[in-house]
Design a binder for this molecule. Structure first.
Ligand SMILES: Cc1cc2nc3c(=O)[nH]c(=O)nc-3n(C[C@H](O)[C@H](O)[C@H](O)COP(=O)(O)OP(=O)(O)OC[C@H]3O[C@@H](n4cnc5c(N)ncnc54)[C@H](O)[C@@H]3O)c2cc1C
Length: 440
């Protein structure tokens, strides 16, 4: 069983709006659709189904947003994390990929729509996503990506060095990719707001109610929790990387990859006018990524993946994060420090697009959101609601696949991939005569 990172140390736990009042399930109830897991996927599905008049219950092991949805870095970048659009087409076929790409690239606008409709207090800003070019050989690949998203109808453009410096305040970039639809937010605030919205639409949410067992009962399913059970026509297991118990075997379909996040003290307004003045998502452009943004109080929230000592040795990790940030922004105030540090778990699939797994007649599981869960979990509600209402499988934006265990090589593949990316970064910098950040 996975030993999950603690929930409480995150910045979001300290600053998010309050969770709605909820109780554990303490009796036997019936409904049309039972959703297991109150992250973005489960909650947007509950909203969409409730809006369509379907009677929905959500059972959550801990609290709304306890999983990745409440502790992520807060970027809402409506792209695919590891696959190109052509690779998505290759996996899904042209027609299905067209539907999924439209939903994924619309994920940030849909989040904005939920936030507006339900007045969710979650520090939402939609000022764009910037990915930098640190050495000349990165340009062609990034341009191809930019063009692919532009061709898919996204507000996607390349910017030159002067514009990159104007947007980011960093003297390091030779240019970059700007995706104007990108947004960022307080992720736990968003999850709690979605929970409140689902309840407002009529869904019932039971917290501290882990599914212990899913059993077929006639033509329906019974979801058993310690205090009661839900009898439902359809069941959606949306437990992601935080799947625990339940007996469905969903956790065998992926491997966990940890991600690290740190947040500074609030920067003074004068520094914020110099450092990332466009106030969007920053991606430093390296394969061994360093991604950052502001929170509402002006703290910089930065994230990386663990590698070697990074993630194991706390002092070293804090120092590395600060050196990286200062390398990109030499004018960072001298008294900047990391006030918060936390980590969380991602579910890595062989193909990092969301996956729907068949658990039996009328039951599916959904995983594979990886590092794009904010837009992906937001848009999945529509797809899962379509599935629950009986849309034929070929007409869904995702296929429903048999539940398979992740291949054995996935035990090391994500870590090897990160090491390969770092090697590639070093090689590119050496070949181009470009500077490398500290600890690279
Ligand atoms: C450190 C980190 C940084 C990230 N950064 C970003 C980012 O910046 N942008 C981005 O888009 N994505 C990011 N992600 C990914 C994103 O957070 C996830 O992909 C997304 O939140 C997954 O949402 P979900 O609803 O599918 O699952 P989760 O949010 O993980 O929710 C699953 C829920 O199921 C519950 N559960 C588990 N087992 C049971 C059970 N037996 N019964 C009942 N309930 C159960 C859990 O308690 C949990 O609340 C990051 C993830 C991490 C960990």
């Amino acid at each position: 069983m996975t030993d999950f990172s603690p929930f409480e140390p995150s910045l979001w736990y300290a600053t998010a709006c309050e969770a709605p009042q909820t109780q554990p399930l303490n009796k036997e109830i019936t409904c049309d659709v039972c959703i297991v897991g109150a992250g973005y996927t489960g909650l947007t599905t509950a909203i969409e189904l409730s809006r369509r008049g379907v009677v929905v219950s959500v059972v959550e092991a801990r609290e709304a947003g306890f999983g990745g949805s409440g502790r992520n870095a807060g970027h809402c970048t409506p792209t695919f994390a590891f696959l190109s659009l052509d690779q998505v087409r290759g996996h899904l076929g042209a027609e299905r990929a067209r539907r999924l790409i439209a939903r994924q690239t619309g994920g940030a606008d849909l989040a904005a729509d939920y936030i507006r409709t339900y007045q969710i207090s979650c520090e939402w800003k939609q000022n764009g996503f910037f990915q930098g070019i640190l050495c000349p050989s990165q340009r062609a690949g990034l341009e191809a990506k930019c063009n692919a998203y532009a061709a898919a109808g996204c507000p996607s453009e390349m910017v030159d060095a002067a514009e990159a410096q104007r947007l980011t305040g960093s003297p390091r970039f030779l240019g970059g990719w700007m995706l104007r639809s990108g947004g960022h937010l307080n992720p736990l605030g968003y999850a709690r707001g979605l929970a409140r919205a689902a309840m407002q639409e009529g869904a019932r949410l039971f917290t501290d109610s882990p599914m212990q067992e899913l059993v077929r009962e006639g033509s329906r399913w019974r979801v058993r929790t310690p205090g009661g059970s839900v009898l439902a026509d359809r069941v959606i297991v949306a437990t992601g990387a935080y799947t625990q118990g339940g007996g469905t075997g969903v956790e065998r379909s992926y491997r966990i990859l940890r991600a690290l996040i740190a947040a500074t003290n609030p920067l003074p307004a004068e520094a914020r006018r110099r450092i990332v003045p466009f106030d969007g998502t920053m991606h430093d452009g390296r394969g061994d990524i360093f991604v950052y943004k502001y929170d509402a109080a002006g703290r910089i929230v930065a994230s990386m993946f663990p590698m070697g000592r990074r993630g194991r040795d706390l002092d070293y990790t804090r120092e590395l994060f600060m050196d990286r940030l200062r390398w990109l922004h030499p004018d960072l105030p001298a008294d900047t420090r990391w006030d918060f540090y936390w980590s969380g778990e991602l579910d890595m699939q062989r193909h990092t697009i969301p996956r729907l797994y068949d658990l039996g007649p009328g039951a599916v599981a959904c995983t594979g959101l990886s590092g794009r869960g904010v837009p992906t979990g937001t848009m999945l509600g529509g797809i899962l609601a379509d599935w629950a209402q009986g849309t034929a499988e070929p007409d869904l934006a995702l296929p429903v696949e048999p539940l398979r265990s992740a291949p054995a090589y996935m035990a090391i593949a994500p870590t090897m991939m990160l090491r390969w990316y770092r090697f590639r970064d070093r090689l590119a910098a050496r070949r181009n005569g470009s500077a490398l950040p500290p600890h690279a």
